[in-house]
Design a protein around this ligand. Structure first.
Ligand SMILES: *Cc1c(COP(=O)(O)O)cnc(C)c1O
Length: 424
């Protein structure tokens, strides 16, 4: 695409953008009594204006029906989570039987590891990306320990080559092949939270399976950001949170994917609770766990209706927009951001982009390594009304989301960045 560093160009792109109207359907955070430019949907997505009504509706049901709300009224709570299944399945390229919305991300990751990290004999090792999000590191560290292994020995981390910031697919696949005899599990992010790199999930899954391992993904930064096809790629399991790109509120609920081929395997070990028990006999309260078919069989507790209500409101927007349309806009929008950063920072002495330049290898986030006074630059941007995020020790992450960000905002950001850099 031929980008231009002018306000007129940015505004023209917004006029031509078929998703432009979604911006009005979110609350804009305020800085100095003005709408901030919010490029932090990779950390906490904005609030859809429709969410409040969904919450109020359930609060009213609780007031009016109390316990009867589980089985009576509109959308009884007993099955409420199922209202979200189909639209969530669209977001991650799954069949409805493969998806359940429940709990929170790290909890779900542990539940999946209980079922899918099953070390045996010399096949006990796990491959993950070096510098993974800490929660994922802690989960695997403690899971390997739980099975009696030393994490130092059991966990193989893949790091970028010397002088590089991102992983090469060939290196990931080679590491998998090299450890084929001792590999129990490959667990990667779909997108690395720090660099914004998209991993080739299809190729990784294939290589993992060829090596005889189970393959799972943490889609915290991928869900709602890029289209994924978990079913077709044959991924065994995946988990994601809903408060980042999926705009479902602080500490919001989470999603789980379990591939259909595991759906009807009651022998798969798991930590069970009554909400995963066969629905028709659940209230007989009898001994003997019979899992529901599919991902629902991993539910533990009765569903948290309020976070689910928010997520339901948000998923409706994703249904309306469509992941493929969002991605088409996202590639242009992030490409524009990249172009403008390069343009306003032509001498490249302060910033270095560590996110892949290839649009297919990134989502909507661009991570800038700041070589000088990173925190100061971040503070200056904030003062000027831009909300981005800062990661120790020296990275600023900028994530224009296709659902509620505009080309004009990207342009305004680059103007302010330009000013900040001149004095930096
Ligand atoms: C955001 C994020 C988390 C956060 O975990 P919670 O359980 O939702 O607090 C975990 N892993 C990754 C990769 C993340 O990006």
């Amino acid at each position: 695409m031929n980008y231009q560093n002018t306000l007129a160009f940015a505004q023209e792109q917004d006029q031509q953008d078929p998703l432009n109207h979604f911006k009005k359907r979110f609350y804009a955070p305020q800085i100095n009594k003005q709408d901030a430019i919010y490029f932090c949907g990779n950390s906490l997505g904005l609030q859809p204006k429709s969410a409040q009504a969904y919450i109020d509706h359930e609060m009213q049901k609780w007031a009016d029906l109390a316990v009867e709300g589980h089985f009576k009224g509109e959308n009884p709570w007993f099955n409420y989570h199922q209202l979200l299944t189909e639209s969530a399945a669209h977001v991650v390229g799954a069949k409805p039987v493969e998806v359940v919305i429940m709990n929170q991300l790290t909890v779900n990751l542990h539940l999946m590891l209980v079922s899918f990290y099953r070390p045996q004999g010399k096949r006990f090792k796990v491959i993950m990306e070096g510098g993974a999000f800490p929660s994922d590191q802690y989960a695997l560290e403690t899971q390997t320990r739980f099975h009696g292994y030393n994490p130092e020995e059991a966990i193989i981390e893949i790091f970028p080559r010397e002088g590089e910031y991102t992983l090469r697919t060939e290196d990931i696949l080679k590491t998998i092949n090299d450890h084929a005899d001792e590999l129990a599990l490959v667990l990667m992010g779909g997108i690395n939270y720090y660099t914004g790199q998209v991993y080739d999930m299809e190729a990784i899954t294939k290589a993992g399976h060829q090596a005889g391992a189970v393959v799972g993904f943490d889609l915290a930064h991928a869900a709602g950001n890029i289209p994924v096809k978990l079913h077709d790629w044959d991924v065994d399991f995946a988990v994601w949170c809903t408060y980042k790109y999926l705009n479902s509120g602080p500490g919001g609920t989470s999603g789980v994917f379990v591939h259909e081929r595991h759906a009807n395997n009651p022998d798969l070990p798991r930590f069970a609770g009554w909400w995963g028990h066969d629905a028709s006999s659940r209230f007989q309260m009898k001994k003997g766990f019979i899992p529901m078919v599919g991902a629902e069989g991993w539910q533990l507790s009765n569903a948290q209706i309020l976070p689910l209500a928010v997520h339901r409101a948000s998923l409706e927007l994703f249904e309306e927009a469509g992941m493929e349309n969002l991605r088409a806009k996202s590639e242009k929008l992030t490409g524009y951001l990249e172009y403008l950063i390069d343009d306003v920072h032509a001498d490249k002495d302060v910033l270095e982009m560590i996110t892949p330049r290839d649009p297919k290898a990134r989502g909507c986030q661009i991570s800038m390594l700041v070589k000088k006074d990173a925190r100061l630059l971040f503070d200056k941007l904030m003062e000027a009304g831009i909300i981005v995020d800062y990661r120790e020790p020296n990275v600023i992450r900028v994530a224009p989301t296709p659902l509620y960000n505009s080309f004009e905002e990207v342009y305004r950001f680059s103007e302010i960045l330009h000013q900040c850099l001149q004095a930096h």
